[in-house]
Design a protein around this ligand. Structure first.
Ligand code: AMP
Ligand code: GLY
Length: 430
């Protein structure tokens, strides 16, 4: 089969890497891809949000399956356009992608479907937003309704902070049309976890539960980022809890989409959870694999991913075909100095092949490009090094050994990936 992977981040390199292991995979295309996907696929310079260009590419190349990595093309209707052209696609329709594209759509769906989540109100005026915040008490969470590249969420500890966030979104229009409506939400307490599931409109199969590290610096300090590292399985999600999450969250959401909204959701459903004293509650849904969660869950996925994706796209997922390997995976993300603020690009990266040659280490590229035979930095998140082993401490040693082998000017990474799991088991972070 000829398979096209859309996107250019670490998640997409991990998808290309997993697809390449399938006996069903023939030629792999990546649009636009990065220097890492180029080692396994033919990169084609079509941007991930160029819907017309991607449909033309899939059609001209007679692609047998298009796998969509990022949310933006899904919310823009790429899956619908491909399906209309008779081209098989893994990823939900625009109607399904609203679960990520509109936080209020997701919240209403959860309220109707009885899915555990934080209490929330929608407000489109400053006065209404402030009175709802007062009603919920502090801390309170203020969220832009639409896509805001992970930056549209403020946890306000006081009325002053809440008003500043509300003014920023509703009055100053910081997130454009994405922030014209805001959610005022109860602040949940607990530990976060990410659940990624293949869903075919009816059935679901969960990947290993994982945990992201969103803050830039050790000890969960500093600004929010796209994700500085991840590990799986995350012990905050117990095996018993996983069953509850499948029934009461994933399957209940897919049912609510079908029954209350008439949407058959096919692709990956990603539930960002807070494990509270009252059990797991949904913080947000995403309509795609997480990044860097893909870089730890795909290495543990014991399945032919192409077979699973084709079946999912057809509504014929066999959950028993989706296994999880024993052991753990950990991914440490190396970022450009200054990220998530401004940073320089074009720094030469060295040590990639020595890191990749280490046992049980995979180097996933994110913001990389080729220049005159060198691999150079081209984004904020540059490289994700994943280590796998029989347990998390050993997986972390491997990932950090890989990181030590790689250098570029201004490189930064966190040194405490997995700290919550290690603290649970009485281990120490390095
Ligand atoms: P989101 O963009 O919805 O993923 O939110 C970004 C981050 O804000 C989440 O990963 C949480 O750490 C935090 N967050 C969002 N909503 C809540 C909530 N209701 N209670 C506590 N923390 C939240
Ligand atoms: N790691 C968070 C995300 O992919 O949204």
């Amino acid at each position: 089969m000829k398979i096209l992977v859309v996107g250019s981040g670490g998640r997409e390199h991990a998808l290309v890497w997993k697809v390449a292991q399938s006996p069903l995979a023939g030629e792999i295309l990546a649009a636009p891809g990065n220097a890492g996907t180029a080692t396994l696929a033919r990169n084609i310079a079509v941007a991930a949000d160029d819907i017309e260009g991607l449909v033309r590419l899939a059609s001209d190349e007679r692609v047998d399956l298009t796998v969509v990595g990022p949310e933006l093309p899904l919310t823009m209707g790429l899956a619908d356009r491909l399906a209309d052209a008779g081209l098989p696609v893994f990823g939900p329709s625009a109607a399904g992608a609203r679960i990520e594209g509109s936080k209020w759509f997701a919240k209403k769906l959860m309220q109707k479907g009885g899915i555990p989540t934080a209490a929330a109100y929608l407000a489109d005026t400053r006065e209404d937003a402030i009175s709802r915040a007062e009603e919920l008490g502090y801390p309170v969470v203020i969220k832009a309704d639409g896509l805001a590249a992970g930056k549209g969420v403020v946890i306000a500890g006081s009325a002053v902070e809440a008003e500043a966030a509300i003014d920023d979104m509703l009055v100053r229009g910081r997130f454009g049309s994405s922030g014209e409506r805001v959610l005022i939400e109860e602040c949940l307490k607990g530990e976060e976890a990410s659940i990624l599931a293949f869903v075919d409109g009816e059935s679901s199969a969960l990947l290993a539960p994982s945990q992201d590290h969103k803050r830039a610096f050790d000890g969960d300090e500093g600004p929010n980022t796209g994700g500085m590292g991840a590990y799986a399985p995350a012990p905050v999600v117990t095996p018993a809890m996983l069953g509850t999450i499948k029934n009461d969250i994933i399957d209940a959401t897919v049912r609510a989409l079908r029954e209350t909204d008439g949407t058959v959701y096919r692709g990956v459903l990603y539930a960002g959870l807070m494990v509270t004293e009252d059990g797991p509650k949904v913080i947000e849904f995403n309509c795609r694999f997480g990044d860097p969660e893909a870089q730890v869950t795909l290495p543990l996925l014991d399945a032919d991913i192409v077979e699973v994706m084709v079946a999912t796209a057809r509504g014929e997922l066999d959950p028993s075909a989706v296994g999880t390997s024993a052991g753990s995976a950990a991914c440490v993300v190396m970022v450009s100095g200054g990220y998530p603020g401004s940073y320089e690009k074009g720094k030469v990266i060295s040590g990639l092949s020595s890191a990749g040659a280490l046992d049980d280490v995979v180097v996933f590229h994110a913001g990389t490009a080729e220049r005159d035979g060198d691999v150079v930095t081209s984004g904020g998140r540059v490289i994700g090094v994943t280590g796998t082993a029989s347990d998390l401490p050993a997986a972390l040693v491997r990932a950090y050994d890989g990181v030590s082998a790689i250098t570029f000017a201004g490189a930064h990474h966190r040194h405490d990936i997995g700290h919550r799991a290690l603290e649970r088991s009485g281990g120490v972070t390095r």
